[in-house]
Design a binder for this molecule. Structure first.
Ligand code: GTP
Ligand code: MG
Length: 317
């Protein structure tokens, strides 16, 4: 029997005319309605505010979003999946690997391995569950033009995976400016099921925002836009039980003598917006030190991994 497809009409109160208006304004799925504000819908469609409010509430009920009891939340947490980083030591301090239903931020200076880790995770998410993957595909949003399929091939070969198949399971896009980056993630909300993805990488999350909104005078606008962007990423994480990994470069500024000279950019929006924050720094040779800070459930701890031709691994193997 053919599976019934869910349409906007499944929401009580949405008839053919309302459906047409919503679709015309770009609201194609119940998810899109559930996560929009009533004002936004009303402005875009010409429906009354009250009608729009009713629609968003019904859409949320339909998807089971909203208040839940702590035991229901606990059950939702039981579905959290883990993606291995490629290093057991690294996985261990994370309690299993990179989590779904969360945003993990990789922070570090240039060359600390943020992009390398992103490449490795885009492969690892594809692995079967007993090998540390989620048997799912990856989305790679590249803001700096540093994604290299050649590197994916190297990593796949080292893991004895078919490199071509591995490449086919990574949905790649460049983001050319911050508006484009925001739009990509907005559209991704609907594309996730089609992509079969459970990992979304944004490398790097702040570089466009930083260069387009320089200085204190632009701070408010920049933070507002970044805030929206991070909220969209959280929605994807929760709706599709997906892991979100974002990178954030820190720039050591020699003119700061007091406080922490290695302050991550993005300010409090990024700091509060990301669930887990991981700080990377260089160790000797190809070793890298990873430190968890600002985590709601992990103690502050650090460990060492290495970057090699085959990707990310443990120091002693
Ligand atoms: P920015 O994007 O500039 O902030 O840096 P990043 O943190 O993303 O650094 P990236 O992940 O690009 O790390 C680059 C580093 O990874 C290089 O400097 C090398 O040290 C290391 N690396 C990359 N490929 C290999 C490899 O095949 N073998 C080894 N041993 N190291 C590698
Ligand atoms: Mg990089």
């Amino acid at each position: 029997m053919k599976e019934k497809t869910i349409s906007l009409r499944d929401i009580e109160g949405i008839g053919p005319a309302t459906e047409a208006k919503l679709k015309e304004a770009g609201y194609l799925t119940i998810e899109a309605l559930a996560f929009a504000s009533a004002k936004e819908i009303s402005d875009a469609t010409g429906l009354s505010y009250d009608k729009a409010l009713e629609i968003t509430e019904k859409a949320r009920n339909f998807l089971g979003i909203g208040f839940m009891t702590a035991d229901e939340y606990y059950k939702k947490r039981q579905n959290v999946g883990y993606i291995t980083t490629g290093s057991k030591a690294f996985d261990n301090i994370l309690g299993g690997g990179i989590e779904t239903q969360a945003i993990t931020e990789l922070i570090g200076e240039f060359g600390t391995g943020k992009t390398q880790l992103c490449h490795q995770l885009a492969v690892n998410v594809q692995l079967p569950k007993d090998k540390g993957g989620l048997e799912a595909n990856a989305v790679y949003i590249d803001t700096e033009g540093t994604f290299r399929p050649e590197r994916i091939i190297q990593i796949a070969n080292n893991m004895k995976l078919d490199p071509n198949e591995t490449l086919k399971r990574i949905y790649y896009t460049r983001a050319y400016n911050s508006d484009h980056q925001i739009l990509i993630v907005e559209e991704l909300m609907e594309k996730m099921p089609k992509f079969g993805a459970r990992l979304v990488i944004v490398d790097s999350i702040v570089s466009h925002f930083r260069s387009e909104y320089p200085g204190r005078e632009n701070l408010v606008v920049r933070q507002q836009r970044l805030n929206k962007h991070i909220h969209d990423l959280h929605r994807i994480a929760n709706l599709y039980n997906a892991a979100i990994v974002v990178t954030n470069q820190i720039v050591a500024s020699p003119d700061i003598f007091f406080g922490n000279p290695n302050k991550p950019v993005g300010g409090h929006i990024i700091a509060h917006g990301c669930t887990y924050r991981l700080m990377l720094r260089k160790g000797k040779e190809n070793q890298r030190i990873i430190k968890i800070f600002d985590s709601p459930i992990h103690p502050e701890s650090e460990t060492v991994f290495r970057i090699f031709e085959g990707g990310i691994g443990d120091v002693e193997e």
